[in-house]
Design a protein around this ligand. Structure first.
Ligand SMILES: *Cc1c(COP(=O)(O)O)cnc(C)c1O
Length: 376
């Protein structure tokens, strides 16, 4: 059996090697490294895939969030509500722009931001909500959009972990995660569901004005060459990454997401109704694209399970061991241990199993049998 990895980017590359190598060589032969035709084509293809009016490629998913918030004209002191149970980038850019991150708890079963907690956290200073589509499912966007409308707030969807997830709104329309709120952001970090061979990111919106502004912000706030109307940043997706992403986008649904969902189904079946293992609950109205397959371990020692699996050469990760409000860099008088009991408990209970597009039946069998053996 092949060695089991948390993600298997080499195995994935080897299947598309001739196509990728040709595309990369083509960029090198034309030397259109920045903003070349590949970037323009990728942008259009992603717009079609997401069914969104504007995609603005940028350098990474953290920049994507920052550019979105800059374009919304948020000012120091404005409050932005997000979940405490997420990757740090979400709160980081809020803090970097001197906005005030207002953290809220998440749902204990889906791990997604809790709309009731969002509504309770709104003050006259609140300007935006940043739902995170964690692990591959879309947050409850019906409720979040209702709250945003009622309180006149922007919604920036952090879609770094959920590109391709479909959400069916109460009116029956199905939309892609990241295209429902004011702006969506994503990351093409190599291990993400649509991963480049380096860094990359993108911003999505249906708003023409915001799109125009964000295209300026990513390029030093430039309107025409050397005329700068806004303070911007330098955040570009390079042509080599775009060329690779075009190839992988064509396989995203038909192969990559399908393989992830098949691995998840195998895990689900093996762990169904186990007294110590809670399999991931599917969020309402959302498909799950399984960026992570995350179990809750109850009435058992989660860390001991992780060590046991490591002894069997099975990697397993804790996403995330510490909620944002308990991170040293984000210490704040407003929050203390116990402020967000659901997230704090999840930090002690969750464990993510290997999840990628190349898991074999043999590997899945070995992983599930090893997990079950721990509890015997
Ligand atoms: C990966 C990730 C980001 C940041 O993306 P980078 O491309 O690494 O900057 C932001 N938010 C979430 C939820 C992520 O998982």
């Amino acid at each position: 059996m092949e060695r089991i990895n948390m993600v298997d980017l080499v195995g994935q590359y080897n299947k598309i090697k001739p196509e990728v190598d040709r595309a990369v060589e083509n960029v090198m032969q034309t030397a259109a490294f920045i903003n070349g035709p590949e970037v323009q084509e990728f942008q259009k293809e992603l717009e079609d895939y997401l069914n969104v009016k504007h995609v603005i490629p940028c350098a990474n998913g953290t920049d994507a969030l920052q550019i979105a918030m800059m374009a919304l004209g948020l000012k120091p002191g404005d409050e932005v509500i997000t979940t405490t149970f997420t990757f740090v980038a979400t709160a980081e850019v809020i803090a970097l722009l001197q906005l005030t991150p207002v953290l809220v708890d998440c749902d204990p079963d889906t791990f997604l931001i809790d709309p009731k907690a969002v509504e309770a956290a709104i003050t006259p200073k609140t300007k935006a909500i940043v739902p995170v589509h964690l692990y591959g499912q879309t947050a409850n966007m019906d409720e979040i959009m209702r709250i945003a409308k009622a309180h006149d707030l922007y919604v920036v969807e952090d879609t770094a972990q959920a590109i391709g997830s479909d959400y069916t709104m109460a009116d029956g329309t199905t939309l892609k995660a990241g295209t429902i709120g004011t702006i969506g952001s994503t990351s093409f970090f190599p291990s993400k569901n649509l991963g480049a061979f380096g860094d990359g990111g993108a911003i999505f919106t249906n708003d023409d004005k915001l799109a125009k502004l964000m295209r300026q912000v990513v390029n030093h706030g430039m309107t025409k060459r050397y005329y700068h109307d806004e303070i911007g940043v330098n955040s570009r997706l390079d042509s080599i990454q775009a060329a690779i992403l075009r190839i992988k986008l064509r396989k995203l649904d038909s192969e990559y997401t399908k393989n992830r969902q098949a691995a998840a189904a195998a895990y689900d079946a093996a762990f169904a109704s186990h007294p110590n293992i809670v399999t991931p609950k599917r969020a309402e109205n959302s498909t799950h694209v399984f960026h992570q397959y995350t179990l809750k371990i109850i009435n058992a020692d989660r860390n001991a399970l992780q060590e046991f699996l490591a002894s069997k050469e099975i990697p397993a990760m804790i996403y995330y061991p510490v909620a944002l409000h308990m991170q040293t860099a984000y210490q704040d008088d407003r929050y203390k241990s116990g402020s967000f009991p659901v997230s704090e408990q999840l930090c002690d209970e969750v464990i993510s199993l290997p999840m990628h597009t190349e898991l074999s039946d043999e590997q899945l069998k070995y992983i599930t049998e090893s997990v079950l053996a721990f509890f015997k």
